[in-house]
Design a protein around this ligand. Structure first.
Ligand SMILES: *[C@@H]1O[C@H](CO)[C@@H](O)[C@H](O)[C@H]1NC(C)=O
Ligand SMILES: *[C@@H]1O[C@H](CO)[C@@H](O)[C@H](O)[C@H]1NC(C)=O
Ligand SMILES: *[C@@H]1O[C@H](CO)[C@@H](O)[C@H](O)[C@H]1NC(C)=O
Ligand SMILES: *[C@@H]1O[C@H](CO)[C@@H](O)[C@H](O)[C@H]1NC(C)=O
Ligand SMILES: *[C@@H]1O[C@H](CO)[C@@H](O)[C@H](O)[C@H]1NC(C)=O
Ligand SMILES: *[C@@H]1O[C@H](CO)[C@@H](O)[C@H](O)[C@H]1NC(C)=O
Ligand SMILES: *[C@@H]1O[C@H](CO)[C@@H](O)[C@H](O)[C@H]1NC(C)=O
Length: 444
């Protein structure tokens, strides 16, 4: 036992040093979870055995895509996009059971029932408002992009009490019940409250708007939401993959004045004023602006309180746009600036293939879900090549998401725009103190 003490004290001192330096480190990355195939938290071992043998669970058909975080819990979507059976769950949260990370259906198993229109059918993504603890989930209502089971809908859960609090079915003239692919969602605050949701419909190449006040929806379609003739081939680690996929990634500026969007099959990044989207009568595309070409094609995007982060799928990397720098250099405002400075945040050719979507926590970390979609999508049966398909990373960026304290910003009570480093500082202070004691104990 006494032999362990020097080791422990050395480790403590090392951790002390690490904690001290790491807290300062923009871009520090950590691979948090890794799965080859998803593992669910089944009610019983017998249920799992039955589901595997009767075909309602085929592990290699389950690939996660959406990620969001709330109070230390990670939420994940598992799109039922490619197959019509074998995917028992479309929305889940990560739980740790006997040291293993598993997915527990959210809010429960019943809410995942394929064919039950009160339940979730095919969830590609969701958004969480950290100010209220509400999660906004988009559901295409379709399975395998071929079984047209239900109307598309937006479902809201209160994560604080794990209860569904709202459900809105889209009329078919806004979101088709036979061809939509609702892909990603951002929220728009007005007067301290969530007023609109903006949702990309990939198959319709349009942005769907939902107004929570009037409980009505409309859509805006524009040629910039389609794919680009030269943009649909994505080269990843030397192999070419064809992704003729339109509008996909969407992000909201922290002042709620602009929405950013891009197609997967393309390089262009566009900006549209929320003013245009908020107007139900609008059929024109007022203020849509090409910002420039990204370094690569992008699936998901997210805006923090400072930067716009986006996947660079062909580079196995995540980049960010420091608009402040470009605005200063061009001496123009955000409504005029173009995309010039693109900075690599993280790249890892083997462990960061296909950065899919992003989340912020309230501690300064950006979370990244990546899933090697290029392999999964292009194989009839995704091969077991020994490599994990799904990984979750977090990268320290010292900022929070665009929604952080939005209720205060819009009410003008606080600027709320930057992360106070207090939480990190307090954590580190406690940690340092404990480690200091451990060091002392080790030495004497
Ligand atoms: C985080 O950002 C704030 C301002 O936004 C800055 O004062 C602070 O030094 C930064 N902290 C780290 C660890 O980079
Ligand atoms: C397959 O087994 C699961 C788990 O017991 C069960 O919930 C489901 O209803 C079964 N499906 C069919 C088609 O029998
Ligand atoms: C799709 O919408 C049409 C009307 O727009 C309706 O007749 C049909 O029943 C709907 N199908 C489903 C599966 O909801
Ligand atoms: C599962 O969640 C749904 C939707 O929130 C709810 O209506 C239902 O009562 C829940 N079922 C159980 C068994 O908790
Ligand atoms: C597509 O690529 C070709 C060859 O590189 C180029 O000549 C052409 O201008 C490109 N078209 C567009 C729309 O970018
Ligand atoms: C962003 O740009 C500003 C203004 O040029 C600069 O001060 C800051 O260091 C940049 N931040 C990063 C992380 O590149
Ligand atoms: C990629 O990530 C893994 C896991 O964190 C790490 O071991 C490896 O060094 C990284 N590779 C590069 C080139 O950074």
């Amino acid at each position: 036992m006494s032999q362990n003490i020097p080791l422990f004290s050395m480790l403590s001192c090392f951790l002390l040093l690490w904690c001290f330096t790491a807290a300062q480190n923009f871009g520090r990355a950590q691979l948090v979870y890794e799965w080859k195939w998803i593992d669910f938290d089944w009610p019983s071992a017998e249920d799992e055995r039955n589901a595997r043998s009767n075909g309602s669970f085929v592990p290699e058909r389950n690939l996660f895509s959406g990620i969001k975080e709330y109070k230390g819990t990670i939420y994940i979507s598992i799109p039922r996009r490619k197959w019509t059976a074998g995917q028992p769950v479309s929305l889940a949260r990560v739980v740790t059971i006997d040291g293993l990370a598993k997915l527990r259906p959210y809010p429960n198993w019943t809410a995942q029932q394929q064919g039950d229109c009160a339940a979730l059918q095919f969830v590609q993504s969701m958004e969480i408002d950290p100010n209220t603890g509400f999660m906004y989930v988009i559901d295409t209502g379709r399975v395998g992009l071929s079984l047209n089971l239900c109307p598309a809908k937006l479902v809201v859960y209160d994560l604080k009490i794990d209860t569904q609090i709202d459900l809105y079915e889209f009329p078919t003239h806004v979101v088709s019940n036979t061809s939509n692919f609702l892909n990603d969602i951002v929220l728009d605050y007005v007067n301290g409250q969530v007023r609109y949701a903006y949702i990309t419909d990939t198959n319709d190449a349009s942005i769907v708007v939902y107004d929570f006040h009037s409980r009505s929806s409309w859509k805006l379609k524009d040629p910039t939401m389609g794919m680009e003739s030269n943009g649909t081939v994505i080269t990843i680690s030397g192999i070419q993959y064809n992704f003729p996929i339109a509008l996909n990634g969407i992000a909201m500026s922290p002042d709620f004045k602009y929405v950013y969007y891009c197609s997967l099959g393309g390089y262009n990044l566009y900006q549209i004023p929320t003013e245009t989207l908020r107007n139900p009568g609008t059929s024109n595309s007022n203020g849509i602006r090409l910002l420039g070409k990204k370094v690569s094609q992008t699936d998901g995007m997210i805006h923090g309180s400072k930067f716009l982060y986006y996947g660079a799928v062909g580079l196995n990397a995540v980049y960010f746009w420091n608009a402040t720098k470009d605005m200063a250099e061009m001496n123009v405002g955000i409504g005029v600036v173009t995309l010039n400075t693109q900075t690599e945040l993280i790249r890892n050719d083997s462990k960061l293939q296909w950065p899919s979507t992003f989340a912020f926590d309230d501690q300064g970390w950006l979370w990244i879900a990546c899933n090697r979609l290029q392999v999964f999508w292009n194989a009839d049966n995704p091969p077991d090549d020994g490599e994990a398909y799904m990984r979750i990373w977090k990268v320290y960026v010292n900022e929070t998401g665009y929604l952080y304290q939005a209720h205060k910003i819009e009410q003008g009570k606080s600027d709320g725009s930057t992360l106070t480093s207090s939480t990190t500082d307090v954590d580190c202070f406690v940690f340092l103190s404990v480690m200091f004691l451990c060091c002392l104990k080790g030495y004497y």
